[in-house]
Design a protein around this ligand. Sequence first.
Ligand code: 5CA
Ligand code: ZN
Length: 413
Amino acid sequence: MRSWPTVYIPDLSERFRLPPLSLFDSSDAALKVLPQQDTYRIYVCGITPYDATHLGHAATYLTFDLIIRYLKATGADVKFVQNVTDIDDPLFERADRDGVDWKALGDSQIDLFRGDMSDLHVIPPDHYIGVAEAMPLVIDAVAKLDEKKSTYLVEGDKYFRVHADPHFGERSHLNESDALKIFAERGGDPQRDGKEHPLDALVWLTSKPKQPTWPSSFGSGRPGWHIECSAIALHYLQPSSNSEFSLDIQGGGSDLMFPHHEMSAAQSAVMTGKPFARHYVHAGMIGLDGEKMSKSLGNLVFVSKLISQGVNPMAIRWALLNRRYREDAMWSGEVLNDSMLAVDRLQLNLAKMEVAPTDVVITQIIGALSEDLDTERALRVLSSWMDETEAGASGGNAGELSRALDTLLGIAL
Ligand code: 5CA
Ligand code: ZN
């Protein structure tokens, strides 16, 4: 599937050294330093294309954009893959409800998403892959699970035995009753008769009336949700045989920690015999008026709508950066207004001939990012620089700061 246009990233002056990046790993529940490598392989779960792009999506993709920017600035090569869940129940249900073709609905939302990501200067994935186009890979992955004897049938639907992975559950740290509850809330079917274990996950659904189906050696049907991410990540990130993990980073919002990332990691581990990701990184949820912003609640604020109302996309970026990425946060008109003012102020200060010293600002921003992406601190450093500049301090290089903000924070004014 077409990605969105490449984003220009200015080089950072060699005078600035980047310390290794430490990131919180939800699987180990600890802050961990990413080992220094020439290449990093990153998989970030993409949208299910209806009701895109709300600010929660934007916040999550921005988090991974910062990681990619940082790693690239260290001189490393980053291989970045993202999927599109263009075949799934919620999409069919929405298309049905609105009397539109599910494919047309998906295509229009993916287009909107690409435009929003471009406007927000989010670096595009090297491979942007829809499930429909990846069907042969997904079918191969299911066949591999069959070969490993980790599947069984219930009325023609194929399930993955989660305990085929001896480490199942270790990444999400849930007790069984919480796991069951969350599984049911997020598309799972713990109650279904005939399942060997209530948490076993659907990998292939047999053909149903009025739903698209694909032929396969194990019967016509369509894939379950989690298998698409195992299949696409393993194929497009092609781990070398001597790498300890299939990927460096598996990412998404914290709502994907369980069951989605647990399931896709367990399936991958059974297929490859090695752990899926070295690092599991999860962004906090963005809410509105005290509730998580979600399609099902319908309390969404759309990026495209704000931009069409004349909001500078960089003000949206600022607003989403002005928080700790792992924490849940609330969006409000006030957050947006403050960010619009901050970005206007930044623009004015960066245009000045005389500005406060900038080397120290860039160094401190790098330091803040290196510590689990402390963007809130980075923006505080920037605000202090604006205070000093407005108070008449001099000796800085506005052009260099401007480029560094673009390189590291994706703020391009
Ligand atoms: N297609 C699947 C992943 S394979 C999916 O979760 N799609 S989604 O459209 O529901 O979400 C896309 C991404 O945005 C996911 O990483 C999800 O965790 C994240 N996300 C969804 N809602 C929010 C929110 N309110 N705040 C932050 N991130 C969110
Ligand atoms: Zn996914």
